[in-house]
Ligand binder design. Sequence first.
Ligand code: BTN
Length: 326
Amino acid sequence: MKAEIIRLLKECDGYLSGQQICDRFQVSRTAVWKVIEQLKKEGYQIEAVRNKGYHLEDSPDVISRAEIESLTRGGWAGACAVYYDETDSTNNRAKDAGERGEAHGTLYVADRQSAGKGRRGRSWESPAGKSIYMTLLLRPDIMPTKAPQMTLLMAVAVAEGIHKVSGLECEIKWPNDVILHGKKICGILTEMSSELTYVNYVVIGVGINVNQEVFPEELKERATSLRAELGHSIRRSELIAAVMESFEKCYATFMRTGNLSGVRAKYESRLVNRDQDVKILEPGNEYEAHALGIDETGRLIVRTRDGRKKAVYAGEVSVRGVYGYV
Ligand code: BTN
């Protein structure tokens, strides 16, 4: 009911009468009043006028379950959200939930992570109140070998979500870093539980730098936030909802075609490595090549110095000749 009341208040230009809410949820006026009081405590500025009802003047930058669910209603990704003020890692919470049998599409969100995880065993800076740390639990009926492709879907969804709420155009560094003005704004960490031919669950963890103003010295040159680039804050819940909406569309296309062919054009249009000289750093093998794009399984297609086309599976790829993080 709380999420629905938030949604109704947001959708209503004028005043939402207490009676309207009572009728809608078949509850007493006191029950409605209690929810309104709770919302006020959480920072929602709600004006209550006798004989008129309630009017939402401003809402805080909170990412509570009710706030997220008020915006993701209608879809499946994030339509059920679990919120933590603090947890070690939302990927860990989503994996626990995956083991318990929680539903496809549930989103785990934290205001702060005490042990945020990056790729390749790195850590992920996760201070409170500023950014997005979220993990989506999925139960796709696909072969385990295809699961990594979902990371690329999420990179597109993040870039599109950012565009929707800010107008900014991000790029993607293959395979899945989202880049803004040459610096990293989002990282994605996908983990999976599977048998040889069966996926139990996939969790896609997303960290987006939203409203940070300061970065640790060692990250300054390579990381940025939406606030740093825009000069004003972004409401995190709206960005979460926009990413979920875009992800649902990409996921539907992916499941229909069974690969990335339907999302490839969107991905490649943002691919920062496209038509660039890149240095491929594979374990035990380092060489230079020219990046052409991706194939339908998400491999980076490059032309090597001797003119051969080659598909790169994983590994660190650094772009030469571009200043900054990428
Ligand atoms: C990277 O190294 O680029 C991936 C970073 C992924 C960070 C996100 S934040 C939410 C989720 N929980 C984690 O512990 N990591 C991911």
